[in-house]
Design a protein around this ligand. Structure first.
Ligand code: BGP
Length: 478
């Protein structure tokens, strides 16, 4: 492929993981139990994620993939060495809250958990890899869910403040880039994962969700304040599950529906980046009888402590229509979307739209005028190793090439300011949506199957050397 212009100097190339999807060792190092531990693989998974079913059924009757995951808790030094070999400039990972505060409401943190991440960050530092740390990636202590009801309770804002104060203090000088909540808009679709919510019979779900949303938004603003106070070098980002909605056709009703669907997501970032709830959201909540649980001083905190940059995941664009019969939830992750007849799709039905990536970046940059950081993008696919254990993943290379080229266009043709790019699941890990191991994203193959069998051996796929070349040429040679 002909060379493209290079990416900006210092562009942060790398990969991303999340604690519960890779660490395993769920009961080691003094760690407490979290919501993500108790989500099994199989038919109960989605109702639990959606908060429709009480989750805590940790009886071994089901298989809980997060318990062991890919055991990265023990292998991180070797895994980070492989990332360094690819030339990573950054590595996005998340903190397991329950390693730091096992129950969540303690006054003193767990030293073993703090020491664990300190060594991990020092390992990154040794290779000149800048850590990008998600403070909460679908992660809430079970104790806070059972005793306090999860994020619907304002007390979680205080516990979160205690957590981030400990993190920013302890890791000052080791970590500079922080994300407050992974895919914050996912609360609306996956409230148990997003906010530790499961709904009681007859509960007003929408109200509970907006209680939790407001508390997370407050926690995010407070974290931004504390991060800047402790170290003015800290940069804090929000994180959106992005992907622009297209109208299904040019019927004005569909165009309006697309605008409404886009705003459902942008509403979160409007608060985190512009510092106030947008009018369209206030009006909508008023119509629905939902009250935002503002306390005195909240509005000022939101206004004064907006994020430094906008991070997001992008897997696909989405399609909106007013014709409910066309809606098909498989077409756009767990977001309801109409299948787009112009796009191909992955084995899991996620539609592939590199130009949509450029469109989404332009939309976000137009709207917020802050640097963007692409912190998830990639293709979940079944990989079949050959007789030598080698995976020829040309399909993944093709997906990433198209998306990196689209990002190149957004930067070099449209002038969008992008700080970095981390592919999702740079090493194979457990799928958040399905709990499967066989839905793989990595450059590094991990020998483990859906039932938890396998040697956990790591091997480089074809895409490993390809991505190494992309980084070495700063994105020019894809
Ligand atoms: C995002 C999550 C990740 C990740 C990714 C891929 O929503 O932030 O945790 O897993 O999607 O989704 P899946 O694992 O379902 O393929």
């Amino acid at each position: 492929m002909a060379n493209k212009p290079t990416f900006p100097e210092g562009f942060l190339w790398g990969g991303a993981t999340a604690a519960n999807q890779c660490e395993g060792a769920y009961n080691e190092g003094g760690r407490g139990l979290a919501n993500v531990d108790v989500v099994p693989i199989g038919k109960d998974r989605f109702p639990i994620i959606a908060g429709q079913m009480k989750s805590f059924d940790f009886d071994n009757e089901h298989f809980y993939p997060a318990k062991g995951a890919i055991d990265m808790y023990h292998t991180y030094r070797d895994d980070i060495a492989l990332f360094a070999e690819m030339g990573f400039k950054t590595y996005r990972l998340s903190i397991a809250w329950t390693r730091i505060f096992p129950k969540g409401d303690e006054l003193e943190p767990n030293e073993e958990g703090l020491a664990y991440y300190e060594d991990l960050f020092k390992t990154c530092q040794k290779y000149g890899i800048e850590p990008l740390v998600t403070i909460t990636h679908f992660d809430c202590p079970m104790y806070l869910i059972e005793e306090y009801g999860g994020w619907r309770n304002r007390k979680l804002v205080d516990f979160y403040e205690r957590l981030v104060t400990v993190l920013f203090t302890r890791y000052k000088g080791l970590v500079k880039y922080w994300l407050t909540f992974n895919e914050i808009n996912m609360i609306l679709h996956a409230p148990f994962m997003g906010a530790g919510l499961y709904f009681e019979e007859g509960e007003n779900k929408k109200q509970a969700m907006y209680d939790a949303i407001h508390h997370e938004l407050m926690a995010s603003a407070i974290a931004t304040r504390v991060a800047h106070e402790i170290d003015p070098e800290n940069k804090v980002g929000c994180m959106l599950a992005a992907g622009s909605y297209y109208p299904y056709n040019c019927k004005p009703e569909d165009v309006f529906q697309a605008q409404t669907d886009n705003r459902e997501n942008y509403g979160f970032i409007d608060v985190q980046s512009r510092g106030e709830y947008p009018n369209y959201l206030l009006k909508q909540l008023e119509r629905e009888g939902v009250v935002i649980p503002f306390l005195e001083g909240d509005k000022e905190i939101l206004k004064e402590h907006t994020v430094d940059f906008i991070s997001f995941s992008y897997y696909s664009s989405r399609v909106s229509t007013t014709d409910k019969e066309l809606l098909d939830t498989t077409a756009g992750n767990i977001f309801a979307s109409v299948k787009n007849p112009f796009l191909a799709e992955s084995e899991w039905g996620w539609q592939i739209d590199p130009l949509g990536f450029r469109i989404t970046m332009n939309e976000l940059y137009d709207r917020y005028q802050k640097p963007l950081f692409v912190v998830e993008n990639g293709l979940g696919a079944v990989d079949t190793p050959d007789e030598n254990g080698y995976v020829v993943d040309d399909y993944r290379i093709e997906y990433l090439r198209q998306h990196i080229d689209a990002m190149n266009d957004a930067i070099n043709l449209d002038g969008v300011d992008v700080m970095g790019y981390t592919t999702w699941g740079c090493i194979d890990l457990v799928s958040a949506g399905t709990g499967e191991m066989k839905k793989r994203y990595g450059f590094i193959y991990v020998d483990r199957d859906n039932e938890g069998n396998g040697t956990l051996k790591r091997s480089k796929k074809k895409s490993f050397d390809w991505y190494k070349k992309v980084i070495a040429t700063n994105g020019a040679d894809t």
